[in-house]
Design a protein around this ligand. Structure first.
Ligand code: MD3
Ligand code: FE
Length: 203
């Protein structure tokens, strides 16, 4: 059920599985307000992953850089509220990993189609690195990569499936990580898609 990945990181296998259908219904609601879009990196590349956000602060990237902001840059409107189910799931996972009272103010929703990937990077746009990050995988399986504190550290691999939840904190919080290219597959709830919910305390 709970598998340590490295110091400070733990996978809670299947924790979100039974809420999968309701989580997907909420993703559709959020995407109705702020449709999935492939954003531009500061280097001018289009991300292969499509993203949307909910909560007080949404993570965005464009030519000006990576940042959190309260308005959707596409519509200018605020992001939609974080669904109660999202907040409860994130807090429950964090508690199980030893972090009491995790109150995320940001949920980034990543959508991977076959061929999409996320290269090794650090999550460092948040204010307080003592706050953990909770990640929920839905849909088709993928191989997750976690490296060290330097991009050049050779990464380890963890398979992540529908319903798996990972909590990263403490000494793992600033590790490099990424997602290998999504393979073609079929999931009864999502078809060919993989979704990842990333819960963070931005401010
Ligand atoms: C390991 N997303 O959006 S979240 C991201 O599956 C991102 O979409 C991945 O990385 C995805 O930034 C995985 C898992 C994650 C998040 C933060 C971490 C892993 C982490 C911070 C440190 C180490
Ligand atoms: Fe990340």
């Amino acid at each position: 059920r709970a598998e340590p990945i490295c110091e400070g990181a733990i996978v809670l296998r299947g924790l979100a599985r039974e809420s999968g259908a309701e989580l997907l219904a909420q993703i559709e609601r959020v995407a109705g307000q702020a449709p999935f879009r492939q954003m531009q990196t500061p280097g001018g590349h289009t991300m292969s992953v499509a993203m949307t956000c909910c909560g007080d602060w949404g993570w965005v990237t464009d030519a000006k850089g990576y940042r959190y902001q309260q308005q959707d840059p596409v519509s200018g409107a605020p992001w939609s509220n974080m669904p109660a189910l999202f907040r409860i799931l994130a807090a429950d996972a964090a508690l199980k990993a030893g972090y009491a009272e995790f109150e995320p103010d940001s949920c980034l929703i990543n959508r991977y189609l076959p061929g999409a990937r996320m290269g090794l990077h650090q999550d460092r746009n948040e204010k307080d690195f003592d706050q953990p990050i909770v990640s929920v995988s839905l849909g088709t399986p993928v191989t997750f990569q976690f490296g060290g504190m330097r991009r050049s550290d050779r990464p380890g691999r963890v398979p992540l499936e529908h319903g798996d939840v990972v909590v990263w904190g403490g000494p793992a919080r600033l590790r490099y990580h990424g997602v290998l290219t999504l393979k073609a597959a079929d999931h009864p709830l999502t078809g060919a898609c993989r979704y990842n919910l990333t819960f963070r305390r931005a401010r």
